[in-house]
Design a protein around this ligand. Structure first.
Ligand SMILES: [Zn+2]
Length: 424
């Protein structure tokens, strides 16, 4: 009997203990404090991007695309491995002296979205931090700059890439350097840089060593010449490099940042993290806008960064001139790069748009191109250009770490053969 009581007490203790454990485990877990990027709500409307791009791009704005990258875009993107807002420096801190303007630049929706184009009704603020959570295709490592493998010495891949290989390094194809956007009937401001859409918080790195000459909001008075007094750059860093090209100075520019880790006057090394991807300024989604400037640090002295930024291992660049029969450059020609091995289109772009505004984009001093596409895998390609409605195809071979140049010009019309004319 006594043994029975002991067993009963033991049973009560064990069962009770389990109960306490269960109750403790059932308590809700404390919420994780990290704030992750807003989930991207894909739209069914394929025209959303171009509609967004066409809105509110006024005289004073560099047009800036990159809403959520369209899911059909071949560019892979990497969901942020970084808690998006955990370490951000506020815009006020970044732009000391003009806190209210900076705050406005970031908080004001710049591209209102027509309600009819939104499927879920939540994305009316176009500055929504949308990223495309598609599986990322990891890039191979970049080559080590500076390199110049062209036998004639024309290449100048002096710069590292501004974002890491596990982030999205691909250049936004529908708004490439010198392009006026995807819709010919509603052109955007010609693009003076390249855009790499990435989630907020992804590190941005110095493309080369040098001196930080600007690290603040781009609208401050003393920045007028650098940025054309444009509000569109948002928080921006400019590095004056400690090396040049043909005796001229070089600058790189990184815009729309959410944070800057450097200050004016800092010396930075190539690859040093200088800031973070953001959506400050006039944007419709987070990205870094990257420019290369030569000889003068102005909006009117920008060159195509894909001819300066080192390619990946196993990849090269195609640059060329699309010209008409008289040899004049053809603007805004659609260009398709198609693999001769697979028959698949690997890149599309358009030729530069030159409007004689006094600050047009410039052709490379060595290549004199009017188009260039980055990161083409080594191989043989058809380059197909539409020149005033006529399709012209040229073949090109891409070699690693160098630029393959191609001239695309319509064949001369077939002239009647005089000898074939019957003698009278
Ligand atoms: Zn841009």
């Amino acid at each position: 009997m006594r043994r029975g009581i002991t067993t009963f007490i033991l049973l009560v203790v064990v069962v009770g203990g389990f109960g306490v454990l269960l109750a403790r485990n059932a308590q809700p877990v404390a919420p994780v404090s990290a704030v992750l990027p807003t989930e991207f709500h894909p739209t069914e409307n394929p025209n959303l991007i171009s509609e967004l791009l066409q809105q509110n791009l006024g005289e004073n704005s560099t047009a800036l695309p990159t809403v959520a990258i369209p899911t059909t875009d071949p560019i892979p993107t990497q969901p942020s491995p970084v808690p998006a807002t955990a370490t951000l420096i506020s815009a006020q801190e970044l732009s000391s002296g003009l806190p209210t303007e900076a705050a406005i630049a970031i908080s004001t929706p710049t591209l209102p979205v027509a309600a009819s184009t939104i499927t879920d009704g939540t994305a009316s603020d176009a500055t929504v931090q949308a990223v495309t959570p598609v599986p990322v295709e990891r890039q191979p490592p970049p080559l080590i700059p500076p390199i110049s493998r062209d036998p004639l010495g024309r290449d100048h891949y002096w710069f590292q890439r501004p974002v890491d290989s596990n982030a999205n390094n691909a250049v936004l194809s529908y708004y490439s350097f010198g392009s006026d956007g995807p819709d010919p009937s509603n052109p955007l401001r010609v693009h003076h840089g390249i855009d790499m859409p990435n989630p907020i918080g992804i590190p941005v790195r110095a493309a080369g060593s040098g001196l930080v000459i600007w690290a603040a909001d781009g609208r401050q008075q003393e920045a007028a010449t650098i940025f054309q007094n444009s509000p569109s750059y948002g928080n921006v860093i400019v590095i004056e490099h400690d090396f040049g090209f043909k005796g001229q100075k070089l600058w790189t520019l990184y815009a729309h940042l959410s944070a800057s880790f450097v200050q004016q006057g800092d010396i930075v090394q190539a690859g040093q993290v200088i800031g973070q991807i953001g959506n400050s300024g006039r944007v419709s989604g987070p990205h870094v806008h990257f420019e290369v400037r030569l000889n003068e640090n102005t909006y009117g002295t920008t060159y195509n960064p894909v001819l300066w930024m080192v390619p990946y291992v196993g990849h090269g660049v195609i640059a060329g001139q699309v010209i008409d029969r008289e040899g004049f450059p053809v603007m805004d020609a659609d260009i398709t790069i198609r693999s001769r091995t697979t028959g698949l289109t690997v890149r599309t772009t358009t030729s530069y748009v030159i409007l004689d505004t006094g600050f047009d984009v410039l052709s490379d001093p060595n290549w004199q191109e009017n188009f260039a596409v980055a990161d083409v895998p080594v191989g043989r390609y058809d380059v197909i250009a539409t020149i005033y409605g006529e399709r012209v195809i040229k073949q090109v071979e891409v070699r690693e770490g160098t630029t393959s140049f191609i001239e695309i010009k319509p064949a001369d019309p077939v002239t009647p053969d005089a000898s074939a004319t019957p003698a009278s």
